[in-house]
Design a protein around this ligand. Sequence first.
Ligand SMILES: Nc1ncnc2c1ncn2[C@@H]1O[C@H](COP(=O)(O)OP(=O)(O)OP(=O)(O)O)[C@@H](O)[C@H]1O
Ligand SMILES: C[C@H](N)[C@H](N)CCCCCC(=O)O
Ligand SMILES: [Mg+2]
Length: 230
Amino acid sequence: MAKPFQLFVTGTDTGVGKTQASCALLSLLADAGLAPQGFKPYESGCARLAEPADTLAMRAAARSQLPVEALCPHRFRAPLAPGIAAHRLGREPDWNTTLAAWERLRHGAAIVEGAGGLFVPIDSQRDIMDLIAALGLPVLLVARAGLGTLNHTALSLRALAGRGVTVSAVLLSRSTPAKDSSERDNRQWLEARHGVRVLGPVPYLKDPRRRHAAFREALGPLVPHRARGR
Ligand SMILES: Nc1ncnc2c1ncn2[C@@H]1O[C@H](COP(=O)(O)OP(=O)(O)OP(=O)(O)O)[C@@H](O)[C@H]1O
Ligand SMILES: C[C@H](N)[C@H](N)CCCCCC(=O)O
Ligand SMILES: [Mg+2]
């Protein structure tokens, strides 16, 4: 039986487009009839704990019927690193709860989204990087398209290589209207310097529908062939 399509979506920072990318991948997989699930084990910045925005967006994109608790076991109000949000509450997110939630999802197609970048604390001992290593999935690294991304992306790629993590691709996205001339060369330099597949850049698109379509187009080459066409 073929291994289900699974990918961990991380980024060079918070606010780079991880959820945009996760939702695009989930909708492509759902269109292909692969019944994917979006897993966001740690979500902070939740105005209402019952409605974690990233998780809800991913669940909708996947057309999943699972409850929020199954898709996002650790939810926090404070817009902070999840580990710090928990610490402020005097709590320690249970690692085994995370692993048990993944155990219920890992037999099917899945997109997992981290929180912020690689070294964001998720509890008193672990970072997102430890979660990536524990789940053992290949990674999509989402990065900004413009000036500054060469360094941020290289640092992230070095850290992932240091833990033996496979990087399926880097996706560049312009998450703010500001455009700069570095965008013309960044993709080629990253490919040449790091031998990594670079997709995008996804242009800045204010309209959510057009933006979603642009992320689907950029990420289409990553998903199983039959997921691309529809
Ligand atoms: N190409 C783009 N065009 C327009 N807006 C974008 C683009 N990429 C990202 N954004 C916007 O940037 C913001 C951050 O994107 P997103 O929520 O996907 O980031 P994230 O990496 O998931 O952040 P977090 O670390 O909080 O999970 C969102 O408002 C999103 O709509
Ligand atoms: C609140 C935000 N949207 C993310 N969920 C959490 C980002 C944590 C970033 C921590 C850091 O890198 O300093
Ligand atoms: Mg997100």
